[in-house]
Structures are given as structure tokens and as C-alpha cells.
Design a protein around this ligand. Structure first.
Ligand code: KIV
Length: 296
């Protein structure tokens, strides 16, 4: 069995110049496939609020829902490190309560680490979580939980002040003890600068090729998302098309009586057929649909 990935393995990968491949996962069968394929880390992202639950943002995702999804992914992951998002506002609770939320993601969800969005303002909480034995991943740049404050899902870190702020946040998080930082939707040059400076891995999404690793949202990655597809995404499969085609064929085959065919049909054994013949061969006339139910 392959060795379980840990925070330390990710550090070694950075030191050895090996790129880290992370994907989001929200359910058991998907996590199992990705884990078997050798993905290094599985992020139970609160992006599930958008791509799984169909909301406009991640803001509605609750802690209970995160635990529910994390538990499925953790059970499936034999080798990948499972990281669970602290959902909206959890990191802004009093530290003791935020610690309990993170603790539940690990104890009930089985996560190996948690991720929280934000910089210096959360350094004290990060320190507290790390002291309690909870590995923490940071998340800077576009932080989707703040989409209402940021005014949309737009590229961050384009001005001198913004880049200085980003560097300051990254340094504060490192000092507080995060083991890695997601950099979302920032120019490649800025991500490269942050990555060069930090002793811990950066994992980019829409942050160019020079991060220590990359992450994509599963549904975007396999073409399972309808509507808007972010520019930074690359589709490695076309699941939505495959599902649409499969459904159209199924409807056609059910209509034509082609499905179920002989391979999908169970028959009585001869002795069973003989025993049941009086019952099965009895005629029972029907005059139409049952009465008293649904009226057209
Ligand atoms: O929620 C999520 O999936 C994320 C990734 C986009 C990094 O935070």
C-alpha cells in the first residue's frame, strides 16, 4: 500500500522541487478514484457549496455539511492527505469555538488538516490550532468566503499595496505555523515571488505555473460544471457531455424497449416457472389506469 501523505511529505516535495497535485473531492467514490490515481492531497473545499449544492457562493456551507463530506473523503483516502475547509465565519468565532470547529473536522470528519481563508488577522488563531495539534493550510489572494466584500471573483494582487499586503499576510501565516498556503487568482509573477520567499509549499489555483503545487475544483477539472467555467481551469475530461449523451441514449432505449435487454433480465428457473404457472398465467383484465389517484 502506498505511504500516507503527510504535511512533512509535502515539505520534502517542496525541498526536492517536486510539484504537489491537489484536487478537491466531496464524496467517497470520487475521493477513492483520485486517491488510487495518486493525487497527493484532497481538499474538501467549501467550493462544494457552488459545484455540488448549486449555490452562487460558498457562504451557505455549514460546519455540519463540511463534516459530512469530509468523513466520506477521509474514509476513501488511503494515501492522500485530506484537508477540510473551515466554512464561512468559523475562523471569526472566539478562538475556543473556532478550535472546536477545526477539531470536529478532524475528529468526526477524519481530516488530516484544515484550511482557513485570510492572513495576518488570523495568525493568532492559526497559532492556537497548531499548538493544539491541528495542521493548518492558509489561503490568500481571492478568498471566496469574502466574495461579497471583495465585490466578485476577480484577480487579486495587481497593485504594489496589494502585493505588499499579500507578502505580509503570507509571512504572518508562516510565522504562525501554517504548513502550506493556497494562492488563488493572483498574477503568476506575484505567486512566483511569494513562492520563492516562503519555506513552505504554495498551492496555486489561477496563480500561474511557479507555485509548488496546483489545485483544481473537481467538477471544473472533469468538465462536470454547467455554465461559467473559470479561465484558469483546464478540463481533463468532459463528464457533462458524457452524462448528457448517456441520458439521451437511455431515454431512447427505454422508449424503444431495447433496455432492459436479455443481459439485464432475470428469468425464473424451470421448476419455479412450473410452480408459479397458475398464478402467472391467470388473466386479469384492466380497463385503464387506476381510479381515484392522479387525474390528468
Ligand atoms: O473551496 C475550495 O475548493 C478551495 C479551492 C478553490 C482552493 O478553497
Amino acid at each position: 500500500m502506498p505511504r500516507k501523505m503527510t504535511v512533512q511529505t509535502l515539505w520534502k516535495m517542496k525541498q526536492a522541487g517536486q510539484r504537489i497535485a491537489m484536487l478537491t473531492a466531496y464524496d467517497y467514490p470520487t475521493a477513492r478514484l483520485l486517491d488510487e490515481a495518486g493525487v497527493h492531497a484532497l481538499l474538501v473545499g467549501d467550493s462544494l457549496g457552488m459545484v455540488f449544492q448549486g449555490h452562487e457562493t460558498t457562504v451557505k456551507v455549514t460546519l455540519e455539511q463540511m463534516i459530512y463530506h469530509t468523513e466520506m473523503v477521509s474514509r476513501a483516502a488511503q494515501q492522500a492527505l485530506v484537508i477540510a475547509d473551515l466554512p464561512f465565519l468559523c475562523a471569526s468565532l472566539p478562538e475556543g469555538e473556532a478550535l472546536r470547529c477545526a477539531g470536529r473536522l478532524m475528529q468526526e470528519g477524519g481530516a488530516g488538516a484544515v484550511k482557513l481563508e485570510g492572513g495576518r488577522a488570523f495568525a493568532s488563531l492559526v497559532r492556537r490550532l497548531v499548538q493544539a495539534g491541528i495542521p493548518v493550510m492558509g489561503h490568500l489572494g481571492l478568498t471566496p468566503q469574502s466574495v461579497h466584500a471583495l465585490g466578485g471573483f476577480s484577480v487579486q494582487g495587481r497593485t504594489r499595496a496589494a502585493v505588499e499586503q499579500l507578502l505580509d499576510d503570507a509571512r504572518a501565516l508562516v510565522e504562525a505555523g501554517v504548513f502550506a498556503i493556497v494562492l488563488e487568482l493572483i498574477p503568476a509573477e506575484v505567486a512566483a515571488r511569494v513562492t520563492r520567499e516562503l519555506p513552505i509549499p504554495t498551492i496555486g489555483i489561477g496563480a500561474g505555473p511557479d507555485c509548488d503545487g496546483q489545485v483544481l475544483v473537481f467538477h471544473d477539472f472533469v468538465g462536470y460544471t454547467s455554465g461559467y467555467v473559470p479561465k484558469h481551469n483546464k478540463r481533463y475530461a468532459e463528464l457533462a457531455d458524457a452524462i448528457r449523451r448517456a441520458a439521451a441514449t437511455y431515454i431512447q432505449e427505454v422508449g424503444d424497449g431495447v433496455f432492459p435487454g436479455p443481459e439485464q433480465t432475470v428469468h425464473l428457473k424451470p421448476e419455479e416457472a412450473e410452480a408459479l404457472a397458475p398464478l402467472l398465467n391467470a388473466t386479469h383484465a384492466t380497463d385503464g389506469p387506476p381510479q381515484g389517484g392522479h387525474q390528468a
